[in-house]
Structures are given as structure tokens and as C-alpha cells.
Ligand binder design. Structure first.
Ligand SMILES: [Zn+2]
Length: 206
């Protein structure tokens, strides 16, 4: 059984909150997911805290709220999974240079409208959307949805890529747009080992 601890051992390699949310499911490249760290509402809140979508105070308040309203927490968790599914359908086609469907973009628009309806503008070096006063159980999803819209509207779409070794999606922020792996430490290293073994086998058969 997954525990909340698994959520906080995930690598945050997407370079964007929405991509990191998609990457809570792992598996081979091109294939269906074979593991999922989001197994319930407590894990969703733990992930939100870990990924920087929630402050510790907000996470604690949501845990209390979910204990008082288990049915509401269940519904919010179901919505989180649906959100992750459609975000996957928004960004995965983009990694192949294809446009997402109008239907999934409409869902994203509706959720962004809902998110901004619960946000306020907070001053800083520029003003930014904040959800400090949003005490709904879907609070963890607000910044995720907003990050998706930000990436679509202000990001470089050709930098949105798929890892060559697993199903992770990331925003390639490297200077020469050469990033191929979610992380050099796992998929990148696995590929290097694979090539090394293949090269040695070739040499051995000569
Ligand atoms: Zn990978």
C-alpha cells in the first residue's frame, strides 16, 4: 500500500506544477501508467505541500476539513483524478507537436474560471493569484490548473517534452533545448548504461 511518504519521494522534474501533477503516475514511455502515488485525499494534500501548491498551514486546515467531511474529500479526490486525466490529454499531444482536443481545453478553461473565482490578487514584485482564503476541499487543484494555463499561454510549446525512458512530461528549460530525460539520475543514467552494455557486446562479438 502506498503511504503519504511515497508522495514526498516523487521527483519534481516537470518544471511546472501541472506537469508534476501529471507525473504523479509513473510507467514506461508510451505505455499505460503502472503506478500512482495519489491514492487518496491525504496523499493529494501531501503532494500539494511537497510540490509547493499548499503551505503547511493550508495543508493542515485541509486535513481537518477532510476529516470533518469525508464524503466531500472523496468527491474532491475524484475530481483531482479527473483533472489529472484531462491535463494529461492536454499536454501529452503537445509533446508530439499535436494540438489537444477542444473538449479538454474547454474543461481546463472551466476549471481555470472556477479557480480564479476563488482566488485573490496578491501584491509582490508583480501581482499574482493566491488562494489563501479558499477553504474548499479542491483547493490543492487551483494552482495546478492555473499553472497549466500559464504554461499554455506564456510558455514555449516546443519545450514541452516527454522523457525518453518513462512516461514523465517536462518543460525543457535547458539553454539549447537538448533535455531528453526526466532526470539524468534515473532515466538518463539507465539509458547510458544500456548504450554502454550494447557497445561492449558489439565489441565482444567482433
Ligand atoms: Zn524518465
Amino acid at each position: 500500500m502506498e503511504t503519504v511518504g511515497d508522495v514526498t519521494r516523487m521527483r519534481l522534474v516537470g518544471g511546472n506544477l501541472a506537469l508534476d501533477f501529471i507525473n504523479t503516475r509513473t510507467g514506461p514511455p508510451g505505455g499505460p501508467p503502472d503506478d500512482d502515488v495519489l491514492t487518496g485525499y491525504p496523499e493529494l494534500v501531501a503532494w500539494g505541500g511537497y510540490a509547493g501548491a499548499l503551505t503547511e498551514t493550508e495543508a493542515a486546515a485541509l486535513r481537518r476539513l477532510s476529516r470533518a467531511d469525508p464524503r466531500g474529500a472523496h468527491a474532491a479526490f475524484a475530481r483531482a483524478l479527473r483533472t489529472r486525466d484531462y491535463l494529461d490529454e492536454v499536454f501529452r499531444p503537445l509533446t508530439a507537436g499535436q494540438d489537444p482536443s477542444a473538449a479538454v481545453l474547454a474543461r481546463l478553461r472551466d476549471d481555470e474560471a472556477d479557480a480564479l473565482g476563488h482566488a485573490h490578487l496578491e501584491p509582490g514584485s508583480t501581482f499574482g493569484w493566491a488562494w489563501r482564503d479558499d477553504h474548499t476541499l479542491v483547493r490543492p487543484l487551483r494552482p495546478v490548473v492555473h499553472a497549466a494555463v500559464q504554461l499554455l499561454t506564456t510558455g514555449a510549446l516546443d519545450r514541452i517534452k516527454r522523457c525518453g525512458g518513462c512516461r514523465f512530461i517536462f518543460n525543457d528549460e535547458s539553454k539549447n533545448r537538448s533535455r531528453r530525460w526526466c532526470s539524468m539520475d534515473d532515466c538518463g543514467t539507465a539509458e547510458k548504461i544500456r548504450r554502454y552494455v550494447a557497445a561492449r557486446r558489439t565489441r565482444a562479438t567482433r
